[in-house]
Design a protein around this ligand. Structure first.
Ligand code: PHE
Ligand code: ZN
Ligand code: ZN
Ligand code: CA
Length: 471
């Protein structure tokens, strides 16, 4: 009897071990994105330019052929694609939009690159490189058999070189409800400069999470990075101005590499990162393949990571509320900041009781804030901030965030923005938001609401029933 139990138990254990990997829904690490495959896309873009007058410029046949090439590859891989046309002073232009038809459509993670060149040349580094890298990452994701938690969408923009026209056209034609679903936009414009640098965009007012993930990825590969403030110089600007978190990488253009940069990245000091920037010599030979290889793997890492990111906010831990006077019914007691926002004015409803924090709503240029320090227990498994917010506005724009409310955590001298709302996020009643505070376990931080309004047309950000819970 005893002997028979032992093999039986052994079988159960083996079966359990075999079952475990498929039971665990953990996402696989991103694979190596093939630089050979990316090179093959770049060869195709070069030959498209060769047979169309040497460029892939807006309004010229080389651009449309580039868009058709990218779209055909994505169609064949199972993407839902759209060729979005728009007119420019130089003729008709096109965006190619490709969505992977799996994952929660309420949480969209986007990556994009501009597909057009200047008229002077074929634009292989600017921006065949970013386009081929994003394209191959999309194809690799489709081939991987992953089950994404979120919806992945890729944008190949037309007419960036004429003033970011394609990305602006795309966001301006997205209904507000669709914009709200975009959780992140990643931009790749020039990633294989022949004398490369490794720059990470540092111009993301809606949060630096993706920026920091890019830096951490390169650091893990022993590649040092520098921050760069790109702002209006590439296509993430259109997303950024809507308050969507953005990030991106860049290997350098017309600027000269310093000796300090050459010391950490190799290459030639005193020479431009891309001496062929916007010139006819930006051809298939104008590429650094090490830079290209590292950058495409960074794109893959970000896509695989963010495909699985939990944007639901999760269920907040059920511990006691660590905030005092969380529903404002005692007035301004226990809260610090500018006087005025905490009110029982009946001009806006409270969610519960009669008191609430009514930030802004003045219709003139003002800044208001309220906050409260809170000690987050080190032993907690998780911590979260939850709040109810109601936003009404007299602004009529559907594209510009004029008035904003930032939800911030102040840790020492560092304020981190966890969420940013604006006149574009107006609500019909109170809605609940849950924001993760787990990274502040063991610290005493100040939870702060910071409202900023421009010179006219009010936006009211009304907050009630705030909670910090840990458990
Ligand atoms: N957007 C620029 C171009 O296409 C390149 C660039 C990207 C410059 C990022 C600076 C920073 O010409
Ligand atoms: Zn350019
Ligand atoms: Zn570019
Ligand atoms: Ca209240």
């Amino acid at each position: 009897m005893r002997r028979s139990l032992v093999p039986g138990l052994g079988v159960v254990l083996v079966a359990g071990a075999l079952l475990a990997p498929s039971n665990i829904a953990a996402a696989a690490d991103s694979p190596d994105i093939s630089v050979t495959a990316v090179r093959a896309h770049l060869d195709q873009l070069q030959s498209i330019a060769n047979s169309n007058g040497g460029n892939r410029y807006t309004g010229r046949p080389g651009y449309k052929a580039s868009a058709d090439y990218v779209k055909a590859k994505l169609d064949a891989a199972g993407y839902t694609t759209t060729l979005q046309s728009f007119s420019t002073s130089a003729g008709t232009s096109y965006n190619v939009i490709a969505e992977w038809p799996h994952g929660d459509a309420n949480h969209v993670v986007m990556a994009g690159s501009h597909l057009d060149s200047v008229s002077a040349g074929p634009g292989i580094n600017d921006n065949g490189s970013g386009s081929a890298g994003v394209l191959e990452t999309a194809l690799a994701y489709a081939a991987s058999g992953q089950s994404p938690k979120n919806r992945l969408r890729f944008g190949f923009w037309g007419s960036e070189e004429l003033g970011l026209l394609g990305s602006k056209y795309y966001v301006n034609n997205l209904p507000a409800a669709e914009r709200d679903k975009i959780e992140l936009y990643l931009n790749f414009d020039m990633i294989a400069s022949p004398n490369p640098g490794y720059f990470v965009y540092d111009d993301n007012p809606a949060g630096n999470g993706a920026r920091d993930d890019l830096v951490a990825y390169f650091t893990s590969k022993n590649v040092q990075t520098e921050f760069i403030d790109v702002q209006g110089r590439s296509d993430h600007a259109a997303f950024r101005s809507l308050g969507i978190p953005t990030a991106g990488t860049f290997s350098g253009a017309e600027d000269t590499k310093t000796s300090a940069q050459a010391a950490k990245w190799g290459g030639t000091a005193g020479k431009a990162f891309d001496a062929c920037y916007h010139r006819s010599c930006d051809t298939i030979t104008n590429l650094d393949l090490t830079s290209l290889d590292r950058q495409i793997d960074a794109i893959g890492h970000m896509i695989w990571t963010y495909a699985q990111k939990d944007y639901s906010g999760g269920t907040p831990p059920t511990g006691a509320n660590l905030l005092k006077n969380p529903g404002f019914e005692s007035g301004a007691v226990d809260w610090t900041g500018t006087s005025g926002p905490i009110t029982n004015d009946s001009g806006r409803p409270a969610r519960t009781g009669t008191w609430k924090a009514w930030l802004q709503g003045n219709g003139r240029s003002t800044t208001e804030n309220i906050g409260q320090p809170v000690a987050i227990p080190a032993a907690a498994a998780a911590a979260a901030l939850s709040l109810w917010i109601r936003i009404d506005t007299a602004e009529t724009t559907s594209s510009t965030a004029y008035d904003t409310l930032k939800v911030q955590v102040v840790d020492g001298f560092t304020a981190t923005t966890l969420a940013r709302y604006s006149n574009l996020n107006k609500t019909t009643s109170y809605v609940q938001k849950t924001l993760d505070l787990s990274q502040y376990k063991g610290r005493t931080v100040t939870v702060q609401f910071l409202g900023q309004e421009d010179s006219s047309l009010q936006t009211s950000f009304v907050i009630d029933d705030v909670a910090v819970t840990a458990g």
